[in-house]
Design a protein around this ligand. Structure first.
Ligand code: GLU
Length: 598
């Protein structure tokens, strides 16, 4: 049933793309000039999808800032140059390694549903709303968590003030950035729905047209908003005049009546913004081949799902496995971990989430024993019960899986003291809700569509139904791996909705088990299995010989043109860092270090 629901949702969103859904992912085949996917050197490192954003972080590190300072500056710059993936209208999850204490800390800066929301948030006349109708509406807008995340991270671990750290981004917004092919393609894919909102047209369709590759796109309104946040603090967005503008925009979406688009209003109120709090919480920890893998705990399913799959894979010597066996095991471990995530993970403030048990080796072993070398587990696979692991137990009902958008951005930073940040931030779909806050220069998220719209199967508890002030389940998985001495080995993360989990898992095993250089582990063609009948493959795998060999075991595949856009940093001996990003996906990423090694 869960799979049926998911397919139904996907089908709906696919059909209505031309009338308002965010665009499906497209492959970007050309790397943008001026971007380097790998850099090695001293003094700290930054990896992001964008060269201006990485440069903002490097500028902060050069001026004596630490990794947290640089992460905030990089994120703010991404709000300018990657406004369809991130920004102050959205949320995210921040993972921080403190080199002095050798400890890992996290901030859950996820958007929350309005206090007025209930399980029927996305139903009308007793039926789930079409996905696209929900995306491009005020209904899907959650209280933004990103500004509060920045402030909390700086209060806890930063060394510089927000005002200073917003300056590079403010400059970038005022002076403009160069439009590349990816930006133009993302704008084109959203053009239809962007045209429903005159303020979005003004911002992203200059002169009413698609921005030209190579032209400069300025956002003076965002520059002013950043300046105001710098002056007054992020409180201005939660209680001040920016808060008023957000509430007004959500409650009365500024839609062009001539467009005919029915932009449903949301019920985000002043009290939702004023009451918003990030959660400072312990990371998840999974031991894997003598290392410790730290990531984000629920409300994201990232840490538990990557962690469970790693625990399952620990039963196989992946470094010696053939390519077919490696992929087979990776796909099956992902399938099982997704079956369990669907049943057990939601916002822990509302659901009883067995985080520790999901990450126990005993539970993983009980699930790993389902995997066969010569056959494929069917999907949707029923979940196990981590509270009472039964070896090889199967049966029960599969849990629903929600559709998640595939656009977000991830940045990874290290500083000269050895601190590390892995930070993934999002506005959900590419272009979020498509609604710009008039006069403020940023898009509002549609994060609440990460909730299940309705229980797919009344017989199975769905921990991801909307609720008042609840956080929708995420897949974001910013991850930091430490060695047995508590020193960083590697840190990474990716966008990609639910594929984030598989991208992080595949990249980790590529690097740790298959011993690929980090940049090659990131570049490797991806497969993504999320408890569905078919596993998604990128073209290099889909078109290759490996597919046939996996099909011979029983795997079924479908093509996904592009999965994820990861970045990472790796600690090398002697204070050296390696930053790595995509070679090609999304036009290639940008890796930089403060002082390049000769
Ligand atoms: N909303 C998704 C999540 O939180 C992220 C979307 C994306 O990565 O594109 O899991």
């Amino acid at each position: 049933m869960g799979g049926t629901r998911k397919l139904a949702v996907l089908a709906v969103s696919a059909v209505v793309v031309s009338v308002g859904a965010a665009a499906p992912p497209t492959a970007t085949t050309k790397a943008t000039a001026g971007k380097v996917p790998v850099a090695v050197g001293y003094g700290g490192a930054v990896a992001s999808v964008d060269a201006d954003a990485s440069a903002a972080g490097i500028e902060v590190l050069k001026n004596g800032g630490n990794a947290v300072d640089a992460a905030v500056a990089t994120a703010a710059a991404l709000g300018v140059t990657e406004p369809y993936s991130s920004g102050i209208g959205g949320g995210g999850y921040f993972v921080y390694y403190d080199a002095r204490a050798r400890t890992v800390h996290t901030i859950d800066g996820r958007e929350t549903a309005p206090l007025s929301a209930d399980a029927d948030l996305f139903t009308e006349n007793g039926k789930p709303l079409p996905f696209a109708d929900a995306v491009t509406s005020g209904l899907s807008v959650g209280t933004p968590g990103t500004p509060a995340t920045w402030q909390k991270a700086l209060d806890e671990w930063g060394s510089k003030g927000l005002r200073t750290l917003l300056r590079p981004a403010e400059r970038l917004a005022r002076d403009g950035f160069t439009v590349d092919e990816t930006f133009r393609a993302q704008t084109a894919a959203n053009e239809t729905r962007f045209r429903y909102f005159p303020d979005t047209v003004k911002l992203f369709l200059p002169g009413g047209k698609l921005p030209v590759v190579g032209s400069t796109l300025k956002n003076p309104e965002l520059a002013r908003t950043y300046a105001e946040l710098g002056r007054k603090g992020v409180g201005a967005l939660y209680r001040g005049d920016i808060a008023d503008d957000i509430v007004e925009t959500v409650e009365h979406p500024p839609v062009d009546p001539a467009s005919g688009w029915k932009a449903r209003p949301g019920k985000l109120a002043e009290k939702d913004l004023a009451g918003y709090r990030v959660e400072l919480q312990a990371p998840t920890r999974t031991s894997y081949r003598g290392l410790n893998v730290y990531s984000i705990a629920p409300s994201s399913s990232g840490g538990t799902t990557v962690g469970e799959a790693l625990n399952i894979l620990e039963n196989t010597n992946l470094s010696k496995a053939s390519e077919v066996r490696y992929l087979h095991r990776y796909i099956e471990a992902s399938r099982i971990a997704f079956a369990d995530r669907g049943r057990w993970v939601g916002d822990p403030a509302f659901e009883s989430v067995p985080t520790r048990q999901l990450l126990s080796q005993r539970f993983a072993d009980s699930r790993a024993c389902l995997i066969k070398d010569d056959a494929v587990l069917g999907s949707p696979l029923a979940p196990g019960d981590p509270r009472h692991p039964v070896p090889c137990g199967r049966g029960g009902k599969a849990a629903p899986t929600t559709y998640e958008g595939e656009n977000t951005t991830h940045l990874t930073v290290a500083d000269k003291w050895g601190n590390v940040v892995a930070y993934t931030l999002t506005i959900e779909q590419t272009g979020g809700s498509g609604i710009t806050v008039p006069g403020r220069g940023f898009l509002l998220n549609n994060e609440l569509t990460d909730f299940s719209f309705a229980p797919a199967n009344p017989a199975v508890h769905d921990p991801n139904l909307p609720g008042p002030g609840k956080r929708p389940r995420s897949s974001i998985s910013p991850t930091i791996v430490l060695d047995r001495h508590g020193k960083p080995v590697v840190a990474l993360g990716s966008p990609g909705g639910a594929t984030i989990v598989t991208t992080v898992l595949q990249t980790l095993t590529g690097f740790l088990d298959r011993h690929l250089p980090l940049v090659d582990a990131i570049a490797a063609p991806r497969a993504s299995q999320r408890n569905a009948a078919q596993t998604e493959l990128e073209p290099a795998l889909y078109d290759g010989d490996l597919r046939k060999r996996l099909e011979a075991i029983g795997h079924r595949f479908k093509l996904n043109p592009e999965i994820g856009a990861a970045t990472g940093v790796q600690r090398l001996p002697g204070g050296k860092w390696l930053a790595a990003a995509e070679k090609v996906r999304r036009g290639g990423g940008s890796a930089m270090v403060v002082n390049p090694a000769p």
